[in-house]
Design a protein around this ligand. Structure first.
Ligand SMILES: Cc1cc2nc3c(=O)[nH]c(=O)nc-3n(C[C@H](O)[C@H](O)[C@H](O)COP(=O)(O)OP(=O)(O)OC[C@H]3O[C@@H](n4cnc5c(N)ncnc54)[C@H](O)[C@@H]3O)c2cc1C
Length: 463
């Protein structure tokens, strides 16, 4: 009898379009498995919101395998040792997986590969979370792209792999292996209210990802370019957590959208930002902690814990910032435009290091993603390779007037502002009696802007 093989799931929690799973199925009966290991990622272990999502996504995959008459094996322990032990006890001849680009992940993969090899088990890696492998998309001089626009132009010329179907049900082993029950995964932390609130807008898992993709392409993509910056509109796809956990592949999204023609171009160009960030992280493994532009490593931050607390709690007195931070706390998500404004407020108005904000987002976002989160924060802070220039300080009042003119988004997330009209709602300090419970601004916009530019001046010569 042919020996079984292991498919090691990581951030690719789906059955369709997994080249590694197809290859595994061609070699033997597949044992699909996931290892819960909080030690390997170190500081970048999943945060509170991601753990919630991961729990539900694993549960969804477990149900999918059960429907196929198979068993999804979930184990806890040191990744390399747990996989080596699973291979020993099942007699598996090989381990298959999809490539990942997080620096800690690449290191863990190397250790796992070595340990497996010692017991004669080969580890085979297949294309991972990007549309095109970072080694395969290079500038004409061989370097990695540093600027988004030429990267996007080049990406458009690449041939994107056609999505594959799931292997047949008969490809998988039929169960009876030791596996942790879902109530032992210990992924869901925090109180029940948090979990209840989180369940409202999301449907973790492959089926949920496909439903969201189809709904977006049928109803929203045609309005995307005009409305994607308006946080009160349901104009964006909200696919980011599904992308992060690999419940949908970028190739599936690409082909489904590209066949709609030019109306999907704007959407695809945003998906390309994800790709750009993955390529940057691959080339710069220190990107989550260290400014890509060297002069910014000496930036004179002046962090204050009390201001950081007010920002995290959505109590800065700037409605758009507070609405975003409260949306984040309630749903694990924040609209992209609002992420930019809230992040900029932290780095520039409060002079708090972008890494503090990135850590908070990491804990709170259901789509927390090492490449995109670091890329987003470095872009906002001006220290990314293709970033917003530091001296362009977002004005949170103008941003709010421009992108949420009627104040619908503000009133939804900051109920203290409900009595204010569409002018006052952007500047509640002009009508304090109508919003008595809302705090005054924690910093004055003009003073804060001047302080940010003065701080930038100290590194400007070299920046
Ligand atoms: C400070 C900051 C932190 C961020 N942290 C994350 C993060 O941890 N995880 C994450 O996935 N995105 C992050 N982003 C990028 C962006 O905000 C989200 O991808 C987007 O809001 C997700 O919503 P959506 O799926 O509706 O996006 P859509 O507008 O529907 O876009 C489709 C997809 O394209 C990708 N995408 C869109 N915009 C961007 C962008 N600016 N950068 C990279 N990819 C993009 C996402 O995969 C997204 O799902 C961050 C942005 C900022 C400014």
């Amino acid at each position: 009898m042919t020996a079984p093989v292991i498919y090691w799931y990581r951030r690719d929690l789906r059955l369709d379009d997994l080249p590694g799973l197809q290859a595994a199925a061609a070699q033997g009966k597949v044992i699909p498995c996931f290892v819960l290991d909080d030690d390997s990622p170190g500081a970048w272990a999943p945060g509170t919101a991601s753990r919630w999502w991961l729990h539900h996504s694993l549960a969804s995959l477990e149900a999918a395998f059960s429907a196929l008459g198979s068993q999804f094996v979930v184990l806890r322990g040191d990744t390399a040792e747990t996989l080596a032990s699973l291979a020993r006890t099942t007699g598996a001849s090989a381990v298959f997986c999809s490539e990942r680009y997080e620096p800690w992940g690449r290191q863990t993969d190397q250790l796992t590969r070595e340990l497996l090899q010692q017991q004669g088990v080969e580890m085979h890696t297949y294309p991972g979370a990007s549309l095109v492998h970072p080694e395969a998309l290079r500038r004409p001089d061989g370097g990695i792209y540093k600027v988004y626009t030429p990267f996007w132009r080049r990406l458009r010329q690449c041939k994107i792999a056609t999505p594959l179907p799931a292997p047949a049900a008969s490809s998988f082993h039929d169960g009876g292996l030791r596996s942790l029950a879902s109530n032992k995964w210990n992924l869901i932390l925090g109180d029940q209210d948090y979990n209840a609130a989180m369940t409202q807008p999301w449907e973790p898992g492959e089926a949920g990802a496909q439903r969201r993709l189809q709904m977006f392409l049928e109803r929203h993509v045609q309005h995307y370019d005009a409305q994607r910056n308006l946080p009160a509109e349901d104009a964006c796809s909200r696919l980011s957590p599904h992308f992060h956990f690999g419940e949908v592949s970028p190739q599936q999204v690409w082909h489904a959208a590209a066949c709609l023609g030019p109306e999907a171009d704007g959407f695809l160009s945003e998906v390309a930002w994800r790709e750009f960030n993955y390529h940057q992280l691959y080339a710069h493994p220190t990107m989550p902690e260290v400014a890509l532009r060297e002069p910014f490593r000496a930036f004179p931050w002046s962090p204050r814990e009390d201001l950081f607390d007010a920002w995290r709690a959505g109590q800065t007195g700037y409605p758009l910032v507070d609405a975003g931070m409260r949306e984040l706390a309630a749903t694990g998500f924040m609209h992209n435009r609002v992420r930019m404004v809230a992040a900029s407020f932290l780095c520039k108005h409060l002079l708090i290091p972008w890494q503090w904000g990135a850590r908070w987002f990491w804990d709170q976002l259901v789509d927390a993603d090492l490449a995109n989160n670091s890329g987003g924060w470095q872009w906002v802070a001006g220290c990314g390779l293709d970033a917003a220039p530091y001296f362009r300080v977002f004005n949170p009042i103008l941003q709010s007037e421009k992108f949420d003119g009627a104040g619908a988004y503000l009133r939804k997330w900051v109920p203290e502002l409900r009595e204010l009209d569409s002018k006052q709602v952007h500047k509640p300090w002009t009508a304090p009696l109508l919003a008595p419970d809302y705090p005054p601004p924690i910093v004055d916009h003009s003073d804060a802007r001047a302080a940010a530019l003065a701080a930038w001046d100290t590194i400007r010569q070299s920046a």
